[in-house]
Write a protein that binds this ligand. Structure first.
Ligand code: EPZ
Length: 419
């Protein structure tokens, strides 16, 4: 088991460059199986979830070469559509569900274990299934596996009951190879949806409207390999913006898309943080006092649920009482007990946390409950008085590339220990 040890109280200063988007590349890698072809994907982050997805695809028959942040995926040889023997691998992350759409698109059939992922709520896949059934798939869920067959995969008009990132991408992956037109209504608009759609269009798909709530997909018979560079990670960018703000630092965050950060920039500015766009990135300058604010998580372009937990750390030392309303996932406040252990004042009422700021947090031993909670624990450690120990950091490695090296490069006193 590995842990982080952080000596708090050091403002972050300098520059950091953002790596590729986890939630985009986890849709793009499975998309490569949609044809017998070779694709080159650049700006791929070196994180556990990506390495897990690569591992699964190799077990299914793909040949994958990695050089630094570039993946060459060769799916010329037949790829197995039955993934059922890889429960353990697929159970360790959510995005394994994208194998359903990709394999159904290529082979008109797929057998994939139900997905794993962060324990932040029920996380059903009924909207994914609804979409696949609308395209003509017969779907059976038994023994923890989703079995699908669709001899006639046909375009359809699909209205999602909830805005779902996963369902939007998954049904898109199948619809690109269906006969005729598919219309996805009430679709998710996150930047990673657009990134996956751009990759698919470079492979020869015909997708229009990604990034809006109505996506039109005209199925194609042929697709081919392509070269693509993944967008920078919106959530990683937000995490470093908050790390700079909470430590009263001054950091230039490079390789970012400012448009994707508007909701985060607006809330940090409301707290009194200085955020300014520069030629090669976004500069964040932390100020005191931080003002209390109210945040409600929403689908893009609203405030992302994946930054709810790090935002709570800024609120924990702000002047006054802030609130966070979590509208996406029903149990994403598991980290609050750890913050309370450090002296934070937090009360929870259903899906809203009220956080009354304290002068400082006190260092102690805390644990990571999931990926983004882990980011929050690291931010808390960076400002606590004394040495904080954060356990179960395997969750953090799932989604952040070189976190401790990057933070150390910005002046943080952080080390990784094995126990
Ligand atoms: C994706 O999860 C991300 N994961 C999550 O990021 C992110 O929090 C989430 O989107 C929201 O932005 C990946 O991209 C791998 P949803 P996903 O389907 O697809 C309900 C991180 O930290 N719903 O948009 O699982 C669902 O329960 C992770 O990087 C249904 O009811 O999220 C939730 O309440 C954590 N039925 C809401 O919709 C469905 O079939 C949004 O979920 C699907 C979803």
């Amino acid at each position: 088991m590995e842990a982080f040890i952080i000596e708090g109280g050091n403002p972050l200063r300098g520059e950091v460059t953002i790596s590729g988007a986890k939630n985009a590349v986890l849709g793009i890698i499975p998309a490569a199986v949609l044809c017998a072809c070779t694709s080159k994907i650049e700006n791929v982050p070196d994180i556990k979830d990506v390495n897990k997805m690569v591992d699964i695809l190799e077990k299914l028959g793909a040949e994958i070469y990695r050089e630094k942040d570039t993946l060459i995926i060769n799916t010329e040889k037949p790829i197995a559509y039955d993934v059922s023997e890889y429960d353990e691998e697929t159970g360790q992350m959510r995005a394994s569900y994208y194998l359903l759409g990709a394999l159904l698109g290529r082979y008109r059939k797929a057998i994939v274990p139900l997905p794993g992922g962060c324990n932040i709520g029920d996380r059903p896949i009924d909207q994914h299934i609804k979409g696949f059934q609308a395209l003509g798939a017969k779907v059976v869920i038994e023994h923890g596996h989703v079995k699908m067959e669709a001899p006639n995969l046909k375009g359809a008009h699909i209205f999602f009951d909830v805005v779902s990132v996963g369902a939007t991408i998954n049904v898109m992956l199948a619809a690109v190879r269906a006969d005729g037109l598919t219309v996805l209504e009430n679709a998710a608009k996150e930047p990673h949806i657009v990134d996956v759609a751009n990759f698919l269009n470079l492979m020869g798909a015909n997708i229009k409207g990604a990034g809006t709530d109505v996506i039109k997909i005209r199925g194609v018979d042929e697709m081919h390999g392509c070269e693509y560079s993944v967008i920078p990670d919106q959530i990683t960018t937000g995490t470093y913006m908050m790390a700079a703000a909470v430590t009263k630092g001054n950091v230039l965050i490079k390789n970012v898309i400012p448009k994707h950060m508007e909701a985060i920039t607006a809330k940090l500015t409301e707290m009194g943080v200085e955020v300014r766009e520069e030629d090669d990135g976004i500069r964040v300058i932390g100020k005191r006092p931080l003002k209390a604010i109210n945040v409600k998580t929403m689908p893009y372009p609203g405030f992302p649920t994946d930054l709810q937990q790090p935002m709570a750390v800024l609120m924990a030392i702000a002047r006054g009482t802030s609130t966070i309303t979590e509208s996406i996932f029903e149990s994403r406040f598991k980290y609050v007990d750890e913050l309370r252990r450090m002296g934070a004042t937090v009360s929870i009422n259903s899906r809203t946390a009220s956080i009354t700021g304290v002068k400082t947090l006190s260092a102690t031993k805390i644990r990571t409950t999931d990926l983004r909670a882990g980011a929050a624990m690291v931010l808390a450690g960076l400002i606590a008085d004394g040495e904080t120990k954060i356990t179960d950091i395997v969750h953090i490695d799932r989604g952040y590339e070189n976190l401790q090296e990057n933070l150390r490069g910005l002046g943080a006193v952080i080390r990784r220990i094995s126990e």
